[in-house]
Design a binder for this molecule. Structure first.
Ligand code: UDP
Length: 337
């Protein structure tokens, strides 16, 4: 399949009847991390329905190719900078999305300081920008704020079980600090904030290479080439995988809603073991790969599954794409040109 057709297909799944086109068409959006795995789909979806996007991204963890095809779009403006150091004073916009962050566990553990700063200094800078202009801001938080959760499925009311000095703390605690800062700006300065906690997401543009690889993207790459599928630990740890169009649709539903000063889980509640994920990917790819086991990742959460009743009740959002359909679309993307 042609890559352009797969982009159109993914965008049509994002931009369903629940999207309030008028909300986005009439506004300019500053999107930190707007060229990333999730950010690039948000940027493109908003441009497609007539909104204006100022994408601030330094391509530290995402390739420029994610947005190369958007550079000619009249509504897309790229600011090739790190959000911590970028000068935003000349950008006038109506709404901010803060997604800039290093999301891959292997990568962020190699760059703990660079992982903390966009969530601490970057968040403070964007919140102050929104305070000056009196505009709302949506923040990409994570299921990692729950750490090794003891309540499964995990509701937003769960406080978390996080090691503050562990190897993952540069990510978990960075996001937790950011959430606290967002709520502080909301309480003290009335900045309207929207915090969405993203659970494992996969799909087109999720990197498979090097330290950026995640379970779905790596297993797909390994299975497609009949190489060993490498599971860290015994494979009994669980995750719940949401296809990217569902995650992005949930984020846009939240953005366009009147809800502010709220925290909402966005994820797929279908919990499975990593071993089951490997088997599902083997089936879709018709692969002859063996599954092999390697030492477990440090501080790896044992179970992860979102309680999405709040998103369902407040946003009328629920994921639509099942795992096999999503894996097939991701495989099509990987083999497209
Ligand atoms: N994982 C694995 N092999 C890989 C990559 C990941 O077994 O090549 C495991 C990882 O240790 C974790 C789960 O798969 O238990 C999900 O990892 P991922 O990096 O996708 O996301 P995380 O939930 O850790 O943020």
């Amino acid at each position: 399949m042609r890559r352009a057709d797969l982009i159109d297909k993914t965008l049509s799944l994002i931009l369903d009847d629940g999207i309030k086109t008028n909300f986005f068409r009439s506004k300019s959006f500053l999107i930190s991390g707007g060229a990333g795995f999730l950010g690039s789909w948000i940027s493109e979806a908003i441009c497609k329905i007539g909104g204006t996007v100022y994408c601030v991204d330094d391509f530290s963890t995402s390739p420029a190719t994610n947005v190369d095809h958007l550079r000619q779009h009249p509504n897309f403006h790229l600011i090739h900078e790190n959000i911590v150091t970028a000068d935003l004073s000349a950008i006038n916009c109506d709404f901010v999305f803060h997604l800039a962050s290093r999301p891959s566990p292997e990568d962020y553990q190699l760059h703990p300081v660079e992982s903390l700063l966009p969530n601490s200094t970057g968040s403070q800078k964007l919140l102050s920008y929104c305070k000056e202009r009196g505009i709302p801001i949506a923040f990409a938080s994570t299921s990692e704020v729950y750490g090794d959760a003891r309540v499964i499925p995990t509701p937003e009311s769960y406080w978390g079980n996080v090691n503050p000095v562990g190897l993952r703390s540069c990510y978990d605690e960075g996001k937790r600090y950011a959430e606290a800062l967002f709520m502080a700006y909301s309480r003290q300065y009335n900045v309207p904030v929207k915090i969405f906690r993203i659970f494992n997401t996969y799909g087109p543009r999720l990197r498979a290479d090097g330290y950026y690889g995640r379970a779905v993207s790596r297993f797909l790459m390994q299975a497609s080439s009949n190489k060993d599928i490498t599971i860290f630990g015994d494979g009994k740890q669980t995750r719940s995988f949401c296809f990217v169009s569902d995650t992005v649709r949930g984020i846009l539903y939240f953005a366009q809603s009147t809800l502010v000063n709220e925290v909402i889980n966005i994820g797929n509640p279908e919990e499975m073991t990593i071993l089951q994920l490997a088997q599902a990917i083997k089936e879709v790819t018709n692969s002859k790969s063996d599954v092999v086991f390697a030492p477990p990742a440090p501080d790896d959460p044992k179970r992860r599954c979102p309680d999405i009743r709040k998103a369902n009740e407040l946003l009328s959002w629920t994921p639509k794409i099942d795992l096999k359909t999503g894996i097939q679309m991701t495989l099509d993307w990987n083999t497209s040109s």
